[in-house]
Design a protein around this ligand. Structure first.
Ligand SMILES: Cc1cc2nc3c(=O)[nH]c(=O)nc-3n(C[C@H](O)[C@H](O)[C@H](O)COP(=O)(O)OP(=O)(O)OC[C@H]3O[C@@H](n4cnc5c(N)ncnc54)[C@H](O)[C@@H]3O)c2cc1C
Length: 392
């Protein structure tokens, strides 16, 4: 086995080989804007205002930030990106990224779109998984009530049962089509009710291999223990645990909620604590590799390097079927493309859907890329490095 000792993430030639000179300049320009926190803050507010007054801004959004982070408005429009990725041995995690529309029609629409995506995946071997949010199938209030142990009204019970029907049917379809189903983690005040359904699904569908994956947000101080507990549960129940590990996307929202409700925040006190738990989670999964399928979903170079080091130290092949790593489309190509070169099973999380509906996702990405504490601000420096290498 080839030992990887150097920092493999420095190679910007491999990382950005898919970008033409013009595309590279466009990405560089976009990240130079997103680096400016004040601009992003006011830019997002102006964008939301323009959308509210129906100002025709969607065309510009589509050509800029949307095309950088998303596949397209439909599956067919996303096909080109999926193919480009697969040519570089990179799989796709597809997500119909419509959020926050809390009504029966939109739940039904999300169900049909997800079903369509699972069928689409059958014909496209490089689509490793379809990602779903449970709040796409029933109102958030219902998930909250369930977590609090409150009784649902008749209408709510009906809505919840409908959501469970949708989720069951999607899981069965995923098994039939041999495509994985990744359940996104959301906010802590209803995450327990998501976790409960996720484990029930694993008990049904993960007997032979992991089809259903739950997400563990290691920015929460209790999640490393949850992950360990679930691995032991999987061993006891003879199922394969599907575990996508992330740091977590809602730090500010979580802290704000805790302040407002005079609760202790579930988020770690420092970034270092989050990093430490994330890295311990990788280690714990690798030690239990026969019982866990791990998707290490992170843009952090140290965590990805650690994943490789631990595999090598434990004489586990880099392309072990139970190990994969993933980054969001439009972010950290230096990690995705370089690790794929070494045979690690890599994927990109690719959102698709109508531009207007994907805006909340795009706002989160722009905010994430201004974060000075995260690895993501490194994107700008890498694009600059590649621009200089090409003498642009
Ligand atoms: C494939 C994929 C799937 C994803 N799915 C989900 C999902 O289901 N749910 C979800 O919530 N997120 C999800 N994410 C988003 C993910 O949470 C963020 O991209 C990730 O947190 C960014 O961190 P990083 O691991 O890339 O590393 P870094 O950039 O090194 O870390 C940044 C992260 O550290 C944490 N952090 C920052 N400051 C502090 C602090 N002061 N104290 C404690 N922690 C801090 C935050 O989580 C922040 O996002 C997903 C990401 C990928 C790539």
């Amino acid at each position: 086995m080839q030992t990887i000792t150097d920092n493999i993430f420095e190679n910007t030639e491999i990382a950005y080989k898919r970008l033409s000179n013009n595309e590279l300049k466009k990405s560089y320009f976009l990240f130079s804007l997103m680096k400016n926190a004040t601009l992003v803050h006011f830019g997002n507010q102006i964008l939301q205002f323009l959308l509210k007054i129906n100002f025709p801004i969607l065309g510009i959004v589509k050509k800029t930030i949307y095309s950088h982070f998303c596949g397209g408005e439909t599956l067919d429009e996303s096909q080109k990106t999926i193919l480009d990725l697969s040519k570089n041995n990179i799989d796709t995690l597809l997500n119909y990224s419509v959020e926050g529309l809390e009504n029966t029609d939109s739940f039904k629409e999300t169900y049909h779109k997800t079903l369509e995506a699972i069928d689409f995946a059958k014909l496209n071997q490089s689509i490793r998984a379809i990602c779903i949010k449970f709040t796409g199938f029933a109102r958030i209030d219902i998930w909250i009530k369930l977590q609090k142990g409150e009784t649902l009204s008749n209408n709510e019970e009906e809505e919840y049962q409908k959501a469970l029907d949708y989720i069951q049917h999607l899981s069965q379809k995923a098994v039939e089509n041999n495509v994985q189903l990744y359940i996104d983690a959301e906010e802590s005040w209803f995450q327990d009710s998501i976790d409960k359904v996720a484990l029930d699904l694993m008990l049904q569908y993960n007997k032979e291999k992991a089809i259903i994956f739950n997400t563990y947000q290691l920015y929460r101080s209790d999640k490393l223990e949850h992950l360990k507990r679930d691995i032991q549960w999987a061993i006891a129940n003879q199922v394969q645990l599907g575990a996508k590990i992330v740091r977590g996307a809602y730090v500010e929202k979580e802290n704000e909620y805790a302040r407002k409700h005079q609760l202790n925040s579930p988020i770690h006190k420092t970034k270092q604590d989050t990093d430490q738990d994330f890295n311990k989670a990788i280690e714990y999964c690798i030690h239990n590799i026969n019982y866990v399928s791990l998707c290490c979903a992170s843009h952090n170079e140290f965590s990805n390097q650690l994943l490789i080091q631990l595999l090598q130290k434990n004489n586990i092949s880099l392309d072990h079927p139970n190990i994969s790593a993933s980054q969001l489309q439009g972010m950290s190509d230096n990690i995705t493309y370089n690790m794929a070169q070494f045979g690690v099973k890599m994927s990109k999380y690719l959102p698709y859907g109508p531009v207007k509906e994907v805006i909340p996702y795009l706002i989160r990405r722009s905010q994430e890329n201004t974060s000075v504490e995260g690895q993501t601000s490194r994107e700008f420096d890498l694009l600059l490095q590649e621009k200089n290498r090409r003498n642009l």
